[in-house]
Design a binder for this molecule. Structure first.
Ligand SMILES: [Zn+2]
Length: 306
């Protein structure tokens, strides 16, 4: 009996040691958004401990800063972000307070997912004074699965920089995840056939990548420009032009106000569709693949009903 207990204790000690050494080896990653956390986990698996700051229901250009963000950033080995100034209104201030040099821009722990993305709507002239939230081009590539393959590659490269010993594991895992995305992209492109040629108006200019990927036309926005609120004159002009051009859908991203989107849809005969902008924006969008699934399914349902 004594022997049995001794064996049990030795086994328990070994298990604890294994668990603690695994924990010690893990890279601590903080992602700004749940989609980036999901993809980091797909690539890093047990070699990473990853958490997201935003939950997916927030306005990307104004995520409320919680005090809990600071210690999480302070402990992180790596930070995964959308980039292109998408997080400009909240992340740089947090980085300053957290004072963790490992995750500052230019350091190995700063993993900017936009580095290889083909950025749309890059302005020829940068004028922040106009209030434009997209001074580096449109940062909402998270709605395009092809761009997110490039983001996944940036994450794998970034994890490899921080843990060179396991770079080949990250490479293998990103290849597997990319293959899974490719399979889904082929399916999504097929399923989206009824959406081809449809014209959409969104609240904010954040659906351009989604529209282009699936053959829709991003016709206009309720905002005058990214981050510039609508005026009655702008809405009147938009509605006129939507009626003349027979715009099919008004899309309200769930983090923008509902009433005006409904009014514009009612005034023009367009169908109102409500979509999450991010993984976590609705319970069904629990990871990146189910997020694109949800958005396409919702659009297709609306197209069938119209
Ligand atoms: Zn934006």
């Amino acid at each position: 009996m004594k022997m049995k207990w001794r064996c049990f204790l030795v086994l328990l000690a070994c298990t604890c040691l294994q668990a603690s050494s695994l924990f010690a080896q893990q890279i601590r990653v903080v992602a700004t958004w749940p989609a980036l956390a999901d993809i980091t986990k797909q690539i890093g698996k047990d070699l990473v401990n990853v958490e997201s700051l935003a939950t997916g229901v927030e306005d990307p250009h104004g995520v409320p800063m919680k005090p809990s963000f600071v210690p999480r950033l302070n402990r992180a080995d790596a930070l995964v972000l959308i980039g292109l100034d998408d997080e400009l209104s909240w992340l740089p201030a947090l980085l300053e307070v957290a004072s963790n040099p490992k995750i500052h821009p230019g350091q190995p722990g700063y993993i900017d997912c936009s580095v290889s993305v083909d950025v749309l709507e890059v302005p020829t002239r940068i004028d922040r004074a106009l209030g434009d939230q997209h001074p580096m081009g449109n940062p909402h590539y998270n709605l395009d699965p092809v761009s997110m393959k490039q983001a996944a590659q940036a994450i794998a490269d970034g994890l490899g920089r921080n843990d060179p010993e396991h770079a080949s594991v990250f490479k293998k895992n990103v290849e597997a995840y990319t293959a899974e995305l490719d399979q889904n992209i082929a399916r999504w492109e097929k399923e989206a056939a009824p959406l081809r040629g449809k014209k959409i108006v969104s609240y904010h200019p954040d659906l351009i990548y989604f529209a282009e990927r699936f053959g829709m036309e991003a016709f206009g926005t309720i905002e005058i420009r990214a981050g510039v609120p609508p005026t009655p004159g702008h809405i009147e002009e938009l509605e006129d032009s939507m009626r003349r051009n027979k715009v099919d859908f008004v899309i309200r991203e769930l983090h923008y106000p509902a009433a005006l989107a409904q009014t514009v849809a009612d005034a023009t005969g367009a169908k109102l569709v409500e979509l999450p902008g991010f993984v976590g924006g609705v319970p069904e969008a629990k990871d990146y693949i189910s997020f694109i699934d949800y958005n396409l399914r919702t659009m297709l349902k609306a197209a069938q009903a119209s």
